[in-house]
Design a protein around this ligand. Sequence first.
Ligand SMILES: [Mn+2]
Length: 448
Amino acid sequence: MKFQASVLLLLVANLTNGHILPQQYLELVETPDNTVIEANIPNSLMDTVFGDLINTESVIQTKSDKLASGELSYDEVGTLKTTNYHSYYESKKINFPDKDDVSDIVSDTNLYSGIVSFAHLPIKQCFENLDEEIDIAIVGAPFDSGVSYTPGTRFGPNGIRQGSRRLFGGISPIRGNSKDSKLYRLPIYNTGLKLVDCGDVPMIPFDARVALDQLYRGQHAIHKHKTSSNSTNFDRTRVVTLGGDHTVSLMNIKSAYETFKNSNDDGLAIIHFDSHIDTWDPKVLGGGITEYASLNHGTFLHYAAEAGYVSHNHSVHVGIRAPYISDYDEKHDKECGFQTITSKDVDTLTPRGVGRKIKEIVGDRPVYLTFDLDTFDAGMINSGTLEAGGLNSREIMTILDELEGIKLVGCDIVEVSTPPNSIGNDITGLLAAQVIDELIGLMVVSEL
Ligand SMILES: [Mn+2]
């Protein structure tokens, strides 16, 4: 039997020592050995802090019932039984380590601490120390001397790294498009492959020719590294480049082509995510006034095709929606070897269908994937040339995951504009970092 005699015993404001004592409730309960005792219902710290707000009559009743049934005992709740603050805090005293003990602070374990690298990867000087084995290298290309509209992408590598701080191991529940996918729940940063952040190639802002040559030599140096014994399908380091305006991709593709071209030497299959075609004839975009002006972020794929880096009929634009300047642009684009999937094609094909179509186009050739941030809808990001009618982040993640199995030899994300004092840098960096995370996933899974 049980006595229903909850009594609010007291609420004491102990003003003499500056503490308000918690409410205590007197209860007569029958213990399992049939003894009736008069007891205070144990208070938790929450009870102490929130009082009646938490310790309602029904809560008191529940606790009383559990004490009576033996489900809850005073021994078990002893540490919660708080009759005054002093005893509670006395039991929670902290023991500080010895002053010479730094074991808990030597490594970067907070998502918001440490010297910022992409996804907290180790930072290496990769342009020398060529004996260092690297499977996947991140490198920044801070450059915006080739833009036709909004500058600011020289700050892109920093913006992407800032946006990547919450990428730190773990298992994404939405990686991979099905449970049969090798990407599904794959911890991409912890598979045994060696991933490093090589910092940025310092690209001078005053002469695009010198800057692009610096980038090319930086890429070439990284490509000299061998992979680790954990790499099964690649013997040279694969590079993920953080841009930079889209002009930088010409140097990235050039070095990747020289390192990974197949025996037929018919170029790399280029997967080009963008709202613009970027194959513009230099005479059309920029007017062909000087040779110097001819190479820019809207013409770099024209030059890539001219140089033989683009595998004809196995390369594709994805997300196109910006207007052609004239009909000639479309004709010239096909001559450069590209097929086109527009942003509205995503409506009819679905994101997974788009992924499947891209895979059909590139086949088993070595692939370079270049991702212009303006693939995203204009409402989401800061980029060199924003365009309405774009894709959202989930559509992009699904399309990229569907590419599982392609032979991805290199990739970049460009047109990430995160200049100082600009609203929206955080979300721009975050979305760019997420695309890189997806691309690293594709690179890692191609080793499995
Ligand atoms: Mn572009």
